[in-house]
Design a protein around this ligand. Sequence first.
Ligand SMILES: [Zn+2]
Length: 444
Amino acid sequence: MGHSAGCPSEVKGKRKAPLMLTACRNLSRTFLPLTYRRLCTRGSWTHQAALSTASFSPLFLPHSHIFLTNQATSALLNSSIHSHIFCLSHSTFSSGVMELKEVLQVLEQLAPLSLAESWDNVGLLVEPSKPRPVKTILLTNDLTDAVMAEAEAMSCDLIISYHPPLFRPFKRLVQKDWKQRLAIRAVEAGIAIFSPHTSWDSVKGGVNDWLVGGLGSGQVSVLSEAKGDASHSHKLEFMAKSAGEVQGILEELKACDSETTLQHAISRSDSSGIHVSVTCSDSALTPSVQTLLRHNAPSQSLCILKLEKPPLPGHGQGRLSILDQPVTMEMAIQKMKSHLGLSHLRLALGSGQTLESSVNSVAVCAGSGASVLNGVKADLYITGEMSHHEVLDAVAKGMSVILSDHSNSERGYLAVFKERLAVRLPEGVTVAVSKTDRDPLEVV
Ligand SMILES: [Zn+2]
């Protein structure tokens, strides 16, 4: 979580969406139906992939309000595993390589981009003009000059950079800005760049589940649960005098909502008239209301309800774990050093706590997690970075804090993801984790 260009905690807390991100979000939504049309099994590697998908992929209902329970979700996923046929129409994987769009479909299966925060800039960020088969994929936490040189040296076709290398909008591509320089290098070398960022944080089995697993198994819950997409955002309830009037109004409403299918229900008819309810999209709300206000009975009875988006259990930002086996603070530090592959961590003991104090519960947020962790009751917070005053606040409330530096709380997940991705790709595709990618800060 958080972005290498800065402002992670502010951005995360306020959840503001820069204007430039709209196009990317729309793009990600168009991937969803595509993915589900094409998800099926052929050959051993895809079978393995499908089985492994079932353990952590959510079931997305982008055009529906229906919310499925865990049991219903897993039943549907299981049935989809057995019934779908993998139909990558122009598949090149029989020749041991894949086209970029096929790799993107696999990435979408592993962590749907719709799980990313609204302010984020995820997905395909650089697309080469000449399509070329993807033979080498390089995973990195941050795309730096060193990582780009590594990618060029290994003739990499696709860089998957956890943090989006391109985040803020720009009006020119020139050499004086280091991020623009990297984008130009990628374009000139014909290397595609993809960034998953907060979709990996959110997805069940993603970065935060990996991070919280460092202290052992536990009863894990999500701190800020993700919500599904819902095309119908509002419900309009009104009365009409006759069936003929209902029919006429529905025709007019259909003309207001070209993007989604109008859903309506005639709940009951009594002496006061016919009770009608209609759901519509955000964009259709104003014209739909204007339409109803032109009719006498509906205008006097209109009631507007905002519909909740369906929750996606197991997905979202941050995790809280009630540990199956409580550990001392001393043990927690050793376990996290080992999990993150670090020789040093920074510790702030909570008020009244010692290294011998018991840690029963831990709340984590990869990256810069103060805004997600704020107010959460746990014996220990683990995140990459927090400000001085945020640490003081936690400590005063009795919570201890372990900080690893920002990207050290994220980078270890790349090795986990590498394995998940590799089993979904043909053998001819090499997936590597960058050797030069590292946190810019070191203990000296
Ligand atoms: Zn981050």
